[in-house]
Design a protein. Sequence first.
Length: 158
Amino acid sequence: MRVGVGVDAHALVEGVPLVLGGVEVESDRGLAGHSDGDVISHALIDALLGAAGLGDIGSLFPSDSSEWEGASSLDLLVRAYAQVRDEGWELANADCVLVAEEPKIASLRRAMCTRLAETLQVEPGVVNVRATTTDKLGFTGRGEGLAAVAVALLKPAG
């Protein structure tokens, strides 16, 4: 078994959709990023790559490459997980935590878990999404951006 941890953060900006865990969330602001800025998916990608010893999201999808500009983070997740599978690993469990005062995602958690699990072609219970706040401390507490942390447990494929 192998464990990886991923962390991501992006600023909130006007004029772009907010995508979290592959689900579009109703909001006046979205996340600035080279791709769609989905911090949950990005943290999960880094956790998967880290567990497999394959580097990080920036080495696989460089932000200075026009190829990934505006890309769906779910597409990036598919590509990253394919590399993990090529190395002989499969996802046993993933736990993703959104760090934000807003938006509240309780009503969207199941959709996020389902979307991420379907993207990875794993059973729905393998991927968990939840949220926490920082009690108004730091950039997430001030509503300047969102962050996410993810842990992925890999097992040998088969």
